[in-house]
Design a protein around this ligand. Structure first.
Ligand SMILES: Cc1cc2nc3c(=O)[nH]c(=O)nc-3n(C[C@H](O)[C@H](O)[C@H](O)COP(=O)(O)OP(=O)(O)OC[C@H]3O[C@@H](n4cnc5c(N)ncnc54)[C@H](O)[C@@H]3O)c2cc1C
Length: 558
């Protein structure tokens, strides 16, 4: 059932949660945080594009929420007495996607951005009601494509996929026009003098036309970073907003630290690309990585953490406070740092690989993946211990495991006990000097694999739908520029793993030893997949990110 007062087509079950009516007691509590004032018809309370928008509760009268597009306005919703304005940008301070205009005279309570944060941080009941409404409203805006940008792209373009992913994982609504499916699109392109070779094109706030823009350009255009003061010295800068970085942000901000998070792409990191995480505590039916990240992202903002879409390109470690240089040349000063930049799984150099990632191509072989391919033939790529373990594990349930390695044998790269198990397993075939050269499938479902033997030069096609790529992961540490001690695989050494020579090389002058998770630089911590010896899992990343904060407090008191 749709509500006649609403602009968006909503289901009745959600209306009460998206547009809840506050009780008089709740309204009194909100009023204590802000001011009450009269409003008149046609008065614009919020303009599209405004940053740090205020929050309004309607006491009497009516306020309409509109999406302006050129000279046209589309009604999104109408707020009557006991209802309130706002969605997630209320917490982030990002630009408003909509216009709020008074239609009937009355009274409103107004809270500015800081007062609003004060309210949600101190009133648990109202925090629950407001947060849920804000998140659900954003979900509705995304579903209805009510944003301030239009993306013109093609299903066959990697740039389009990247931008759609960036917008989706940043929870930013947009309208999408696909060149392949919309015949009228050429007129639109002509009106902006865009040739088809410049696709994808992003039309930002109806004004700026960006041709295949980088993520940072999109973030700048949408004002993601505008409300953030980049000049102040922070208590803590967290680099990376994967599970470990988001956990550090939530714990740091909720415990009163002034936290800035830098993320080059989208919140969620690797976990954000997982369609269903089944082994994270508290979610018995699983949760998509994106949902988990979106919740953590809003949670961090609720506690006052600031999120900057930016890439850290250098750590200036001989300076106190530390300085982090960003890709655009800006510099951020901070008293402590949590490095949570994760790792990037090495990928096979195949053109259409990303299409099948998570849908036939996997980077982990757990019980869950084993279930997906039980009774079927599978391929494991790699000759290291992780590949060996995966092959032995999968051989218990798969029909057959083909183990593809580039070298002529396993002896140099794998533990002897694993080699013996592989040799003794009738369901594992080792295929030396063999590489995957192509993969194929319908839609995004993998159904065949071509592999080539480099000695014979022969290429074979096999109808196999599951490939486990276990060729290792590279930590995202290049930007550290030699400042911090690394292990032999390039992951960051922390706590007890740091040897005296690591500390003297880094100029460690303190009488104490590094805390758990602390690197060879005092006050700089590493958590999650980027850390040497870490367990590459969401739960352990979250645990480390949270635990690091207790040591950050100690360092800040030193
Ligand atoms: C497809 C897939 C499925 C998975 N499924 C599961 C699962 O079901 N269960 C499970 O427990 N684990 C799973 N994992 C593993 C899990 O996702 C990782 O262990 C976890 O995400 C690690 O978290 P992290 O925060 O340490 O790093 P990441 O998730 O890698 O996040 C690092 C973040 O840092 C950002 N970053 C990197 N460099 C910079 C820079 N210079 N400046 C700014 N930002 C930067 C990146 O963009 C990224 O967002 C999966 C991994 C993948 C790839």
């Amino acid at each position: 059932m749709s509500d006649a007062h609403r602009g968006l087509p909503l289901t009745s079950s959600r209306i009460e949660k998206i547009f809840p009516k506050l009780t008089s007691t709740q309204i009194d509590r909100i009023a204590a945080h802000g001011c009450t004032r009269s409003v008149q018809p046609a008065e614009v309370l919020i303009e599209q594009g405004d940053t740090s928008v205020p929050f309004f509760v309607v006491i009497t009268g009516e306020v309409e929420i509109l999406r302006p597009l050129g000279t046209r306005e589309t009604l999104v919703t109408v707020h009557g007495p006991n209802e309130f304005t706002g969605e997630v940008n209320m917490l982030s301070g990002r630009r408003s996607l909509v216009r709020a205009r008074v239609t009937k005279p009355g009274k409103v309570i107004e809270l500015d951005h800081q007062q609003m944060l004060g309210l949600v941080q101190t009133d648990a009941e109202l925090s629950g009601i407001l947060m849920r409404a804000f998140i659900l409203r954003r979900v509705e805006l995304i579903a209805a494509g009510v944003g301030d940008i239009v993306l013109v792209g093609s299903v066959h373009s990697a740039g389009t996929l990247r931008i759609r992913e960036f917008l989706m994982r940043n929870g930013h609504p947009y309208s999408y026009i696909d060149l392949e499916h919309d015949p009228d699109v050429q007129n639109l392109l002509d009106s902006f003098q865009i040739s088809t070779s410049e696709i994808p094109v992003l039309i930002c706030r109806g004004q700026i036309v960006l041709r295949n823009p980088a993520n940072q350009q999109i973030a700048d255009c949408l004002g993601f970073n505008e409300s953030i003061d980049q000049t102040q010295v922070r208590d803590l800068v967290v680099i990376g907003a994967g599970p470990s970085g988001l956990a550090a942000a939530v714990y740091g901000a909720s415990e009163g630290l002034d936290v800035l998070v830098l993320e080059t792409g989208s919140p969620g990191g690797q976990a954000g690309s997982s369609s269903r995480i089944e082994n994270y505590l508290g979610f018995p039916t699983g949760i998509s990585g994106q949902d988990l990240a979106a919740r953590a992202y809003v949670q961090a903002q609720k506690f006052g953490a600031h999120m900057l879409t930016a890439k850290a390109t250098r750590l200036i470690c001989d300076n106190k406070p530390y300085i982090i240089e960003l890709e655009n040349g800006a510099r951020i000063s901070t008293r402590s740092i949590v490095i949570a930049t994760g790792a990037q799984y090495r990928k096979l150099p195949l053109e259409n690989l990303s299409k099948f990632e998570g849908a036939g191509i996997y980077h982990g072989a757990t019980f869950m993946e084993a279930q997906l391919c039980g009774g079927e033939e599978v391929i494991v790529v790699g000759g290291g211990n992780s590949a060996g373990q995966a092959a032995v594990f999968l051989a218990q349930t798969a029909k057959h495991v083909h183990m593809l390695i580039r070298s002529s044998g396993l002896a140099a790269t794998m533990s002897r006990y694993l080699i013996r198990r592989i040799e003794n397993s009738p369901t594992i075939t080792l295929r030396p000097q063999t590489e995957i050269v192509a993969v194929e499938g319908e839609g995004n479902h993998l159904d065949s694999v071509y592999w080539r033997n480099s000695q014979t030069g022969q290429t074979e096609k096999h109808q196999i739908s599951h490939v486990f790529v276990m060729t290792g992961a590279d930590p995202n540490i290049r930007w550290l520029d030699g400042c911090i001690a690394l292990d032999s695989k390039g992951f960051i050494k922390t706590g007890p793993d740091l040897m005296p020579d690591n500390l003297s090389a880094a100029g460690w002058l303190l009488t104490r030893q590094p805390y758990l998770l602390e690197t060879s630089l005092p006050g700089v911590f590493a958590v999650g997949d980027v850390r040497g010896g870490s367990i590459k899992r969401v739960a352990s990343a979250v645990g480390e990110g949270s635990a690091a904060i207790s040591f950050v407090h100690k360092v800040l008191q030193e």
